[in-house]
Design a protein around this ligand. Structure first.
Ligand code: CUA
Length: 306
């Protein structure tokens, strides 16, 4: 189990156990008093005075109990906030609607690949709106805020593939803003980190993929555009090149043939010539994409023609 998971779970269980004990104690006393002081046994009500000693006792005990919860929670909170100094830093970029993870050696990945037992410090950024980086298995949830760097850290305690979600509503495709945390044994991680292909559950075959396809994945285009012809929030890329489309251009309906120039314009200013039947929700392609990257993508879209 990860350290962060243990910290959050132990606090949760601590509070849960006391809540359950109090719940049963209160219900027991309620039923007991109902029976004990029922009308048939006590036809004449009795006036009972308060008991200062008892009142001090239960106020004191309750305060102490809540304070232990506070300090227990505070210890866990501090642990979650402070990454150990020997952590491997990973830059996390969030945007509508995908994640990108960048390693110190320049390696980029759409999934978070981590070695077992090693401290990882996440430096979280947002390119547009507020998102929230959420890994239920690690009990980590941290907002990503535009214009500011936020942090989280973890040390995975078991290998496997775990869900990463966005936990802050960020627009149309919020629910599809998913990724995987893949925890590998250290040797396999080293292999992956060195850029060599790794066979592991949850890891896609990384090698031999077209640069354009990798860009579409990394830049999050595939969150809204399919490559197999299926309809999503945006037009499918399959057969897009050369297709004849109806677009809305400055309020007028126009018929265009999708060519290189149109693809470039659509990436840079998606709203300018909007394909009829789709909503204007795509963020402009710059500065997320460099000119070279736009050319790579346009070239790759040629390949998806047929
Ligand atoms: Cu990003 Cu919700």
């Amino acid at each position: 189990m990860a350290v962060t998971t243990a910290a959050v779970d132990s606090t949760f269980i601590y509070i849960l156990v006391f809540s359950l004990l109090l719940f049963f104690a209160i219900v027991f006393l309620m039923v007991y008093f109902l029976v004990r002081y029922r009308r048939s046994r006590n036809p004449q009500p009795k006036e009972i005075e308060g008991h200062t000693g008892l009142e001090i006792l239960w106020i004191g005990l309750a305060t102490l109990l809540v304070l232990t919860m506070f300090f227990y929670g505070l210890a866990g909170f501090r642990l979650l906030r402070r990454a150990p100094a020997d952590s491997l830093p990973v830059k996390v970029t969030s945007r509508q609607w995908s994640w990108l993870f960048e390693y110190p050696n320049g390696l980029k990945s759409v999934d978070l690949i981590a070695p077992l037992g090693r401290n990882i410090r996440l430096e979280l950024h947002s390119e547009d709106v507020i998102h929230s980086f959420y890994v239920p298995a690690l009990r980590i949830k941290q907002d990503t805020v535009p214009g500011m760097t936020t942090q989280a850290w973890f040390r995975a305690g078991q290998t496997g593939s775990f869900d990463i979600l966005c936990a802050e509503y960020c627009g149309e495709r919020h629910s599809a803003m998913l990724a995987k945390l893949v925890v590998l044994p250290p040797q396999q991680f080293a292999q992956w980190y060195a850029g060599r292909p790794v066979q592991a559950a949850g890891l896609g075959a990384a090698s031999g993929k077209a640069v354009g396809m990798e860009l579409l994945r990394q830049k999050g285009c595939l969150a809204c555009h399919s490559t197999d012809g299926s309809r999503a929030s945006g037009p499918t890329f399959k057969g897009l090149y050369g297709r004849i489309e109806q677009v809305l251009h400055q309020g007028r309906l126009e018929t265009i043939t999708v060519d290189d120039a149109y693809l470039r314009r659509s990436i840079i200013t998606p709203a300018a010539e909007l394909v009829v039947g789709f909503r204007n929700i795509m963020p402009p392609g710059k500065p997320a994409l460099s000119d070279r990257e736009i050319e790579e993508i346009v070239a790759y879209l040629h390949e998806l023609r047929g």
